[in-house]
Every structure is written in C-alpha cells, then in structure tokens.
Design a protein. Structure first.
Length: 286
C-alpha cells in the first residue's frame, strides 16, 4: 500500500473562538499507480485533506504512512517526502515567477539538488509531457502565454520532479472547454508515462467518472463514501443529500430509464452513453 491514512483529524484555530474541525477520523488507503478522485461540496474538507498528504498541514491526531514512513512523525525530513509527492494547487499559474519557461520548470529539480544538466533533461521531458513544444516555448516569458499554457507550464514544474504521487486540486478550474479537455488529456498522458499515483480533486463529476479508478466522497470533514465510480454514482440519493450530482451521461441515462427506455443506469461516460443509444436506435427501441 503506497498511502495509508489512519484516523486523521485536523482542527483549525484550536482553543480559539473561531475553532473549526476540518477533518474527523478520516481513514483510507491508496495503492501504487492508482488514480483516485476526491469529490465533495465546498467546505467538505477536500483541500485540507490533500495538504496533509505532503506535510503542508499537521494533523491534530492520526497518521499518514507513505511507502512505510509516517510523515506525521517529528523526525521525518519533509524534503524527502516532497521528492515523492507533487501538489498542484488550484490556479497554479499564479505561482509562476521566473523570466523564462525553462527557468521556471527547472526551479524544482534544481532545488532538489540536481545538476543543471539533469534539470535541463527533466525540463525538456516535462514540457513535452504537458503537450507544449519545448523549442517554441522554453525561452519565452511564462507571463506572455495563454491561460491554458500557463497552467501547463506550472504543472510541468511539478512533474519535472517526477513525483511518485501527483495531487491535483481542481486543475481545470476557470478554463474554457478546449483548455479543460487539453488539461485532462495531459493528466492521462502523465499518468500513463510516469506510472504514478494520481489524486484528483474536482467538482466535475464527469471528469471523475471518466478518469478515476476509485472515488472518495467527503462531507463536513468526514469520509462519507468510497468505491469505484460505478459504486459511488449508484448512490444517487446519498449524493443528492450531500449537494452533489451525477455525471451528465449518468443523469441522462437515469432520466431515460424513468421514461421506460431500456438503458443501464451505470453508464457514466459520454462514450458509453453514445454506444448505448446507438444500439437502442439501431434496434428501434427509442
């Protein structure tokens, strides 16, 4: 097991008038190479949870064991942990700061103690993985790029460190539909090439249904539900009670079911929905 979270509890401003319990007794495990989606309404504890996974926050109680090491321990060197875990915050392009794209992407590898030659190799690889042309973009200022390109460069700066675990907090937030699609394809490509574990936080149920092997559902600081996308999105009533919806294809299939059309309610992706509707139309049942 690559990640084990055991009975994690976190309290903001403990002992103060504005004390707030952000996480309560959260436990789960993630296997090496697994793609895990985290969903939940605003304030459910998603961002607090992922900030514990690379040591940005320390829990009130509980433990986080990564590759056999409890990162909540006092003697743990966080630099070693952050070699393994890359965290991409929402709107990561706001953290770009260097004068060229190459220098910005190289910052992380150099900060980990790599030689300039090693860092240059990582930069070339990372820029290609995020779908940009190194020769075209390396010497440009990151601030001259489009919004989608800036985000890709910011993500390249994280994956250039080749983390074994990549955590992405709403990586498509604020992007137009094309850039949204491009970022998702980029994440799939990174996962395939680097064979890393990915934790994706998203409000987009369609993205989670299509990409994730397993889904964690957070509610008011607790883990309300976990399972495969099919298992989680089958729990329609529970999800609605938590303020969450279904992926659009699943919503369409459920509506067709209510109208007597013989389709499966477990269809979650556009591709599967297209195939099901094609078969029904072909057989004259719609």
């Amino acid at each position: 097991m690559q990640i084990q979270v055991k009975n994690l509890t976190h309290i903001y401003s403990e002992g103060m008038p504005y004390e707030s319990v952000a996480l309560t007794d959260v436990s789960f495990e993630i296997d090496k190479g697994e793609f895990v989606g985290i969903i939940g309404h605003t304030g459910s504890g998603k961002s607090t949870l992922i900030q514990h996974l690379n040591g940005l926050l320390k829990p009130k109680s509980g433990s986080i064991i990564i590759d056999g090491v409890d990162i909540t321990g006092k003697d743990v060197k966080m630099r070693d942990i952050r070699r393994k875990i890359g965290l991409v915050f929402q709107y990561p392009e706001y953290q770009l700061f260097e004068e060229t794209v190459h220098k910005d992407v190289a910052f992380g590898p150099l900060n980990l103690g790599m030689t300039q030659e090693e860092a240059d190799e990582r930069v070339t690889e990372a820029i290609g993985l995020v779908g940009l042309d190194y020769r075209e973009i390396a010497d440009r200022s990151p601030f001259e790029l489009s919004g989608g390109q800036k985000r890709r460069v910011a993500i390249a700066g994280v994956i250039a460190m080749r983390p074994e675990i990549l955590i992405l907090d709403e990586p498509t937030a604020g992007l137009d539909p094309k850039a949204h699609k491009d970022i998702l394809q980029m994440i799939e490509r990174i996962h395939k090439v680097q064979q890393n574990s990915i934790i994706l936080v998203s409000h987009n149920m369609g993205d989670i249904a299509r990409l994730a092997d397993r889904v964690l559902v957070m509610d008011r600081g607790k883990l309300a539900l976990t399972g495969t996308p099919a298992e989680v999105f089958r729990e329609t009533d529970l999800l609605e009670s938590l303020g969450l919806g279904l992926p659009p294809p699943a919503h369409l299939m459920r509506e067709l079911q209510r109208r007597g059309v013989p389709v499966s309610g477990d269809i979650l992706t556009i591709e599967a929905a297209e195939e099901a509707l094609y078969r029904i139309l072909k057989n004259g049942k719609l």
